[in-house]
Design a protein around this ligand. Structure first.
Ligand code: HEC
Ligand code: HEC
Length: 351
């Protein structure tokens, strides 16, 4: 009697485990978002907007867009759907936005991000904005990827991040009925291949260009800085941080108006015994400082918790005199543009 009861319970338990296992592994036609199709407008959003004139010089000089992958509205639309599609991970739990969240300017708010099996990345997620304006086009903190087109397929195949092979990726995308028309619109035929997936993702990422911060308004004479912000801008442009070493200003490396660093091999590196960066030289790429106030934690290992912490600790070239700290922070806060990143053309289409 007791034995029979036990057998029944054991049988039920094993069935439960079996179903749980199946739903995790054969879930290619299901999404965990509860919504099967992306919601998209009939006419695609505009991803080629006219930016304020003073941004133009950097946008031309530092642009890494290849001639065969300029941003089109249909290409970026396909890229947007792929960016938010959890089918791009092995168990349908993770999309690009899991680690590049729109609310934190397409970066993550924790030091290391969780991948599809809850393991952690070994570096901090990078904010995805002004990615087009890094002259060499190299990607990652250590620049190991030569182009954005190469880079966007890496997280999909990474064993910590999304865990697919390229063949699995193409099979999964092919099995979803909302993609043929999107590939047709973007590339003129509905053929799905990893090259097209990479191009579309790259187009979407390159189109994320903030231009509606207080800083932008000031540069167009539509607003003015407070005294603190004004003083902070002067420090950023002109003051070389104290201490030994070359007299470099913040702006010498983080170049206005897009605050991009197109020459990352400047004489600087946050020494890190666990990570030696670009070709083991202790140098690291740094992205644009636009929206920097909302992308903490900072630096390649996420070891710097706030702007205040950065300016008051002993990181070479990043420590300033105590009276300057609040002014520099006030200035960096004017670079925040939560309007552009919140636009629907950048938002999750599955919601
Ligand atoms: C599990 C978290 C995670 C997921 C998922 C993820 N990323 Fe990332 N991403 C990171 C981390 C961490 C880095 C920095 C890694 C490094 O430098 O070694 C990064 C770096 C990048 C960069 C480099 C930016 C620069 O300035 O060099 C791009 C571009 C990027 N990711 C795009 C994507 C896209 C597109 C997807 C989806 C296909 C994606 N990521 C999915 C965590 C993630
Ligand atoms: C010689 C070039 C150089 C100078 C000068 C410089 N920086 Fe940096 N900055 C970098 C590099 C490179 C990194 C990323 C290093 C890393 O992650 O290890 C960085 C990181 C940062 C970050 C964090 C970025 C992120 O996404 O995590 C901020 C904010 C910043 N710098 C602001 C400043 C300010 C303010 C000044 C002036 C007081 C300054 N920098 C001076 C090169 C420079």
């Amino acid at each position: 009697m007791h034995l029979k009861k036990f057998t029944v319970i054991a049988f039920l338990a094993s069935m439960l485990i079996f179903f749980e296992y199946c739903s995790k592994n054969n879930g290619t036609n299901e999404t965990t978002t509860g919504s099967l199709k992306p919601y998209l407008p009939n006419t695609p959003f505009n991803y080629n907007i006219i930016y304020p004139a003073y941004m133009g010089v950097t946008m031309n000089q530092d642009n890494n867009t290849p001639a065969d992958n300029t941003v089109t509205n249909d290409g970026a639309t396909l890229g947007r759907v792929l960016f938010y599609d959890k089918h791009l991970s092995k168990n349908n739990t993770i999309n690009c936005a899991s680690c590049h969240k729109p609310t934190t300017s397409f970066s993550d708010d924790i030091q290391f991000s969780e991948g599809f099996e809850n393991s952690l990345t070994t570096r901090t997620s990078m904010p995805l904005l002004n990615i087009a304006f890094y002259r060499s086009g190299k990607m990652f903190w250590d620049e190991r990827s030569l182009t954005l087109e190469q880079q966007v397929l890496q997280p999909i195949q990474n064993h910590i991040e999304m865990g697919l092979t390229l063949t699995e990726l193409v099979d999964k995308v092919n099995a979803l009925d909302y993609y043929p028309v999107l590939f047709q619109n973007a590339f003129g035929s509905n053929v799905v291949d990893s090259n097209r997936i990479s191009k579309a993702l790259a187009q979407f990422v390159r189109s994320i260009i903030p231009y509606q911060s207080k800083y932008d308004l000031v540069k167009q004479n539509l607003a003015s800085f407070t005294n603190a912000e004004q003083a902070g801008e002067q420090l950023f442009l002109n003051a070389a941080p104290p201490g030994p070493g070359p007299a470099l200003t913040c702006a010498g490396c983080h170049k206005p108006p897009l605050f991009v660093t197109s020459d990352p091999l400047g004489p600087f590196g946050l020494l890190d015994p666990a990570d030696h960066g670009i070709n083991n030289t202790d140098h690291f790429k740094v992205g644009s400082l636009r929206n920097i106030a909302v992308t903490a934690p900072y630096f390649h290992n996420g070891s710097v918790v706030s702007l205040q912490a950065m300016l008051t600790s002993n990181i070479p070239l990043h420590r300033v005199a105590p009276p300057d700290v609040q002014n520099l922070i006030a200035f960096m806060q004017t670079l925040t543009d939560q309007t552009t990143v919140a636009e629907e053309r950048f938002a999750d289409p599955f919601k």
